[in-house]
Design a protein around this ligand. Structure first.
Ligand code: AR6
Length: 189
């Protein structure tokens, strides 16, 4: 199920409901943890579907830099996934909102997009980072995601970057509705 697309600069944004491991894009984003060794939620699904090659890349990155701190991102192969790459980022654990959680989540989106640009990514799919096991409130997370990604696209509009398509892949109905609502706001503005 896909909500109508919105175009910002030369990038098309789509909101869809589904499983991100089935999305064919240059890169899909993983909501990982700092260990980079896999876990539950979308992280578990990506490692299961993508196979050993993703974990091997994660282990190599760990041996180079330790894990991945919250707000930062690393890139690996997509292994057996239809996506070429996985960009792993680590969201904040929600702790009531007074520990800078929203800023860390915003930094996740900026870190992912910077890495995507470095690797010439044209199409990228994001899950709803932080809104599962880490407990980030869904409405605020949707606002942060849309604001950061559209701001990034606007900031880089003059540079003829490679990015052309952004997909927000929502696994649950509530996130789908919230993301579609944010798309609607941008259609009418
Ligand atoms: N496709 C798209 N979205 C999914 C999928 C899927 N296959 N599976 C779950 N989601 P979560 P977090 C949605 O918990 O909150 C892991 O153990 C899910 O409905 O995956 O950032 C990591 O290792 C939710 O909306 O990530 C970390 O320890 C969203 O993905 C921790 O969870 C994010 O939920 C990270 O927690």
């Amino acid at each position: 199920m896909t909500a109508a697309a919105v175009t910002v600069g030369n990038v098309s944004f789509e909101v869809m409901r589904g499983d991100i491991t089935r999305v064919k894009a240059d890169a899909i984003v993983n909501a990982a943890n700092s260990s980079l060794l896999g876990g539950g939620g979308v992280d578990g699904a990506i490692h299961r579907a993508g196979g050993r090659a993703i974990l091997d890349d994660c282990i190599r990155i760990r041996s180079r830099q330790g894990g991945c701190p919250p707000g930062e991102a690393v890139i690996t192969t997509g292994g057996k996934l239809p996506a070429s790459h996985v960009i792993h980022t680590v969201g904040p654990v929600w702790n009531g909102g007074t520990q800078g959680e929203a800023e860390v989540l915003r930094r996740c989106y900026r870190s992912v997009l910077a890495l995507a640009a470095e690797h010439g990514v044209r199409s990228i799919a994001f899950p709803n980072i932080g809104t599962g096991i880490y407990g980030f409130p869904k409405e605020l997370a949707a606002i942060c995601a849309w604001e950061e990604v559209t701001a990034f696209v606007r900031r880089h509009a003059e540079e003829a970057g490679t990015l052309r398509q952004v997909l927000f892949v929502c696994y649950d109905e509530e996130n789908f509705r919230l993301y579609a609502q944010e798309a609607q706001k941008r259609r009418s503005s």
